[in-house]
Design a protein around this ligand. Structure first.
Ligand code: 2AM
Ligand code: CA
Ligand code: CA
Ligand code: CA
Length: 255
């Protein structure tokens, strides 16, 4: 793909995500229609669906040959196959419903499984994080980030994995200054980019990490299964996003 077309796609992605953020903020005081998906704590709202429909329609109109992978309504093209847009219309839906804060819109673009574009909007702060896997930006400013050692850092965790020591996460946490849990993968990635957490350990689906993985890659981060195997980009998997040059500090704990 030519650099020029990729730049066009990047500008497009930034625009549609910003627009979606404005739309959500305009509808913050509306009554939400809330539905349960798999369980009473697995929720979706009419705004998740509206945002997804709006963004997917814009992608289909502008880049009709590209494929779509998105959280709601079973839009499931395999990420490894061709030019694929990956959308999480509202990440942190429970936060959105309960707090009206700490949620994100996330859009990524992959070519044959390789991340080319990542965009995360921290909706309530209206900060747009975007990048091409080589450089990452917060609004108009290029981000620079050098992770400290784990023992001088906080980590972001999935609370279920933490409290059950799934993957060895509770044991590993004793090597850090402590754990934090936000309830939005997107905001966890924002916190990595802001230097507020060192890494993130969770149980996620592709649309939860596709954009974040691209955004943190320029700073030497890897996003992979806990045992080092690559993510399959299909179902939900236990995974981590951590500085690759500090993987040795983790290996004694992870299982
Ligand atoms: P979501 O809000 O888009 O569903 C904390 O719940 C984080 O894990 C959020 O980023 C949430 O994304 C994600 N997550 C992934 N699968 C989930 C599930 N089955 N139930 C709740 N959250 C899930
Ligand atoms: Ca969800
Ligand atoms: Ca999500
Ligand atoms: Ca979501």
């Amino acid at each position: 793909m030519s650099a020029n077309l990729l730049n066009i796609k990047l500008e497009f992605a930034k625009n549609v995500v910003r627009q979606a953020g404005g739309f959500i903020r305009q509808h913050l005081s509306d009554d939400l229609e809330i539905s349960e998906k798999s369980h009473f704590d697995d929720l979706v709202t009419n705004l998740d669906r509206d945002v997804q429909d709006q963004i997917l329609a814009q992608i289909q109109t502008t880049f009709p040959g590209d494929h779509l992978l998105a959280e709601e309504n079973d839009v499931r093209h395999a990420i490894q196959d061709g030019n694929v847009w990956v959308l999480d219309p509202i990440d942190g839906t429970t936060n959105f419903i309960v707090q009206r804060d700490h949620f994100a819109v996330m859009l990524a673009y992959y070519e044959n499984g390789i991340g080319k574009i990542g965009v995360i909007l921290d909706v309530m702060n209206d900060n747009l994080y975007w990048g091409n896997g080589i450089r990452s930006y917060k609004n108009d400013k290029q981000i620079s980030l050098t992770p400290k050692p784990l023992r001088q850092s906080l980590i972001g965790v999935n609370t279920y994995m933490y409290r059950t020591n799934a993957g060895g996460l509770l044991d590993l946490s004793h090597e850090s200054l402590g754990v934090r849990a936000i309830g939005s993968a997107g905001i966890e990635y924002v916190n990595i980019l802001e230097g507020k957490i060192w890494g993130y350990f969770s149980n996620l689906s592709p649309w939860d990490y596709a954009a974040g993985a691209v955004l943190i890659a320029p700073f030497g981060y890897v996003t992979q299964q806990l045992d080092g195997r690559p993510l399959d980009f299909e179902g939900r998997q236990m995974m981590m996003s951590v500085p690759s040059n500090q993987l040795a500090a983790l290996s004694a704990y992870l299982k």
